[in-house]
Design a binder for this molecule. Structure first.
Ligand code: GAP
Length: 489
């Protein structure tokens, strides 16, 4: 990271904390590694992002329905899905610093360093060696690569490494009151399996016809070996996943469609398209016949925000085998029974949240020849802004607060608002800019005469005078979901 991007990333983290978006979990006890709490504005923003996703999936598509499955699932689920045996990261410890690392990440960091130093050939060669070792699940080879390329522990600076071992990322706990008779269960590492095990329930009760999708938003848990970069890699996080069930043979056509649809969804939020790119998976999971990541250019480089995977019939087939229940669909159009193929779209809500913060946070220079000035603004799309408008009496006297409260009482039935009468009006505008409130409604002396107010627009800082009676309609138009959703169809 350059100094500039490093500073920008630090600004995002401190702004998120200062204004009540994201706090370290249980901070009074010095926090818990890679676990975060969303504050009063963060939870609003997160809810709005969920609503945007849910509406785009469930409301806009007649053939997609949503569910809310439990976090705990029968333990055999994870055997069938392959997570018990295969959901591992290769880890390695440095014996001097006692720090634990992901072996593949240590090597990737070295590749980045080679590339930065202009040693492109070396970077490409090392990437190939890493891919080969990972494809072959060859842990001894990973250790050898680390030694051959003189990779040292960033803390101790030594090469005193342990062997590379596999580390399962699932959190396990006991279900049942008595430890003896208790059954080991897992905190789900992905929400997708809750959809697969309910495939027939939803298909039958919803009379769904293929192609159709099941969407879900919920928490997932992974005991990441190395958790880093704020809310990028967490141990408790949230996913928004949709499994789209299709006729075998048509999956690649649907894969291409979902790939395009999902990128369009991200871009509708207003980011610079150059900040996004597709990254095809070089190494496909054994059950996938196509997979791509949508990557966003974070301050620390392009990283995955969402994955689109063509998962064939792997999961349903596995559940059929382990549960001994038929996972078939009868397709009346071709008069055949089959296990459907699946296209999955899987986005991390916390990563999306970080892209939105990174995209929206700007420091604007407002200096004039007479005066130096600047402001910090979160330029959220109005539909996802945590607070839609602030109601501000120009002064604290002469009945202006009463009038402002009267206006607020009506508007709050429809919108999340803030009321603020403290400090000079300019200072209050800046406070709202910093939390991304798109509109400020100012009640002044003229309001008492003719029942008009000013609306100040966050991005242009322009003000217009409108009748107070019109406010509900005006704000509704400006913050409507319609403004986002219409870009998707
Ligand atoms: N069902 C497929 C699946 O879970 P994944 O690529 O492992 O695929 C999907 O995860 C998305 O979940 C990622 O694109 C990322 O946005 C998010 N994600 C995964 N691990 C995460 C973590 N430790 N912290 C935050 N988000 C994570």
């Amino acid at each position: 990271m350059s100094k500039q991007t490093d500073d920008f990333f630090k600004n995002i983290i401190s702004h998120a904390k200062e204004y009540g978006f994201v706090f370290p979990s249980s901070e009074i006890y010095d926090g818990l590694s890679a676990v975060y709490d969303y504050g009063q504005l963060g939870s609003e923003l997160k809810n709005n992002l969920k609503t945007y996703w849910w509406k785009s999936m469930v409301q806009l598509n007649e053939n997609i329905v949503g569910i809310d499955a439990a976090i705990f699932m029968h333990p055999t689920t994870w055997k069938a899905s392959g997570h018990v045996d295969g959901f591992n990261d290769p880890m390695i410890d440095n014996k001097d610093s006692k720090k634990r690392y992901r072996a593949d990440q240590l090597i990737e960091d070295k590749i980045d360093r080679y590339a930065k130093d202009g040693k492109t050939d070396k970077a490409e060669q090392l990437q190939k060696e890493l891919d080969d070792a990972l494809n072959a699940d060859d842990l001894a080879r990973l250790k050898a690569i680390i030694e051959e390329h003189n990779i040292v522990c960033p803390i101790s600076g030594t090469k005193n490494w342990t062997e590379v071992r596999q580390f399962n990322l699932m959190f396990a706990t006991q279900m049942g009151a008595m430890a003896d008779g208790a059954e080991q269960v897992y905190l789900r590492p992905e929400t997708a399996q809750g959809i697969f095990v309910n495939f027939l329930n939803v298909q039958k009760t919803g009379r769904m016809k293929i192609p159709f999708g099941i969407a879900q938003i919920g928490k997932a848990f992974r005991n990441e070996v190395i958790a880093r970069q704020f809310i990028m890699r967490m141990r408790e996080f949230e996913q928004m996943e949709m499994q789209f069930f299709v006729r075998p043979g048509s999956e690649l056509e649907w894969y291409t469609r979902w790939k395009e649809t999902r990128l369009k969804w991200h871009l509708a939020l207003g980011a610079d398209p150059a900040k996004y790119r597709y990254h095809d998976h070089a190494k496909l999971a054994h059950y996938a016949n196509a997979a791509v990541d949508i990557e966003y250019e974070f301050p620390f480089g392009f990283k995955e925000v969402e994955g689109i995977h063509s998962r064939t019939d792997f999961d349903l087939k596995q559940h059929q085998e382990y549960s001994k229940k038929k996972m078939q669909y009868f397709d009346p159009e071709i008069n055949q029974n089959y296990i459907p193929y699946v296209i999955e779209t899987s986005i991390g809500l916390d990563r999306l949240f970080l892209t939105v913060l990174a995209n929206s946070l700007v420091q604007e220079d407002l200096s004039t020849p007479e005066k130096q000035d600047s402001r910090v603004v979160l330029k959220f799309h109005p539909a996802i802004a945590p607070v839609k408008a602030a109601v501000l009496p120009l002064t604290k006297k002469d009945g202006l607060p009463d009038k402002a409260r009267e206006i607020m009482a009506k508007l709050k039935l429809d919108f999340n608002l803030q009321y603020d009468e403290k400090d000079a009006i300019g200072k209050r505008y800046r406070r709202q800019d910093a939390i991304g409130t798109p509109f400020c409604i100012t009640v002044d002396y003229q309001t008492l005469d003719d029942d008009t107010v000013t609306i100040r627009h966050r991005d242009s800082m322009e003000q217009e005078r409108v009748p107070a009676a019109e406010l509900g309609r005006i704000i509704a138009d400006l913050v409507s979901w319609n403004n986002l959703l219409e870009k998707l169809i």
